[in-house]
Design a protein around this ligand. Structure first.
Ligand code: GAR
Length: 196
């Protein structure tokens, strides 16, 4: 899994993996910055971690190649971006395309990017939510695995709304990743379906 911050989505998956019937093992956690709670959560769970900061590399492509190599070395079936605030590049997608998932705090294709809850609030939508999707070369444009709706309240703040989104987002992530691992999945004409 790849994280950049609090790692509550990571924690939800880690908690789910305690049940062997869930069928998922988190083999490593990578980040683009040090000293974040997401890495501390992985360390507490005894899971290997790695950090690659973009600014430590001569180019974004070099960073992307190193991220790809580190992920590859742990031989994951799926890579999950859970609040990983960096776009994967060509090397990464060449290796993990079709099996790199991202969770986003809005109902895509509405409000892509880094500020989904704030953008939804500013726009004045009455319903927003969370989307799990398979990453492609665009920004939050890949095939959608699942979506969950969250009503916007009259007195919402960005923080309150995002926290309510994150509650359904974590449940969606745990539910879908478990199903993908246990049942497999297919992607046909952008339609993601569980099962072989
Ligand atoms: C999640 O809500 C995730 O959807 C969002 O960051 C949060 C991370 O929370 N990601 C994006 O906005 C990506 N564009 P977490 O660190 O507690 O899992």
């Amino acid at each position: 899994m790849l994280v950049s911050g609090a790692g509550t989505n990571l924690q939800a998956l880690l908690d789910a993996t305690r049940d062997p019937a869930y069928g998922v093992e988190v083999v490593a956690v990578g980040a683009d910055r040090d000293s974040i709670e997401g890495l501390a959560r992985a360390e507490r769970a005894g899971i290997p971690t790695f950090v690659h900061r973009v600014r430590d590399f001569p180019s974004r492509e070099d960073w992307d190649r190193e991220l790809t190599a580190s992920c590859r070395s742990h031989r994951p079936d799926l890579v999950i971006s859970a609040g990983f605030m960096k776009l994967a590049g060509e090397s990464f997608l060449a290796e993990f395309g079709g099996r790199y998932l991202n969770t986003h705090p809005a109902l895509l294709p509405a409000f892509p990017g880094m500020t989904g809850p704030a953008d939804a609030l500013d726009y004045g939508v009455k319903v927003t939510g969370a989307t799990l999707f398979v990453v492609d070369a665009g920004v939050d444009t890949g095939p959608i695995v699942a979506q969950r709706a969250v009503p916007v309240e009259d007195d919402d703040t960005v923080e309150l709304l995002h926290e309510r989104i994150k509650v359904v987002e974590r449940a969606m992530l745990v539910d879908c990743v478990g199903r993908m691992a246990r049942e497999g999945f297919t992607i046909t004409d952008r339609k993601v379906r569980f099962g072989q």
